[in-house]
Design a binder for this molecule. Structure first.
Ligand code: ZN
Length: 90
């Protein structure tokens, strides 16, 4: 028991000194908010990007998360940038 307590205390001290675990926690939180297979909707024209389908005609493979689309990707319907999209809660 004493050994386990000392061990967890040591891990907490480590986390304070090494920023990497904090960054990993932040990345996980971001994925949980939208989700890798969330649909995204264009607020301008209503086009819905479904990562389960992707855009095979545009070279976007099925299973490509919206977050993984190129930064210069635009809405195929109205040409709006990725910033015009928000998570679509079906
Ligand atoms: Zn659009």
């Amino acid at each position: 028991m004493i050994h386990a307590d000392a061990d967890s205390f040591f891990r907490i001290e480590q986390a304070r000194d090494i920023p990497r675990p904090l960054r990993e926690r932040g990345a996980r939180a971001e994925r949980a908010r939208s989700g890798p297979l969330s649909k995204w909707i264009c607020v301008i024209c209503g086009y819905i990007y479904d990562p389960a389908v992707g855009m095979p005609d545009a070279g976007i493979a099925a299973g490509t998360a919206f977050e993984d689309l190129p930064e210069d990707w635009i809405c195929p319907e109205c040409g709006s940038p990725k910033s015009a999209f928000e998570v679509y809660e079906a």
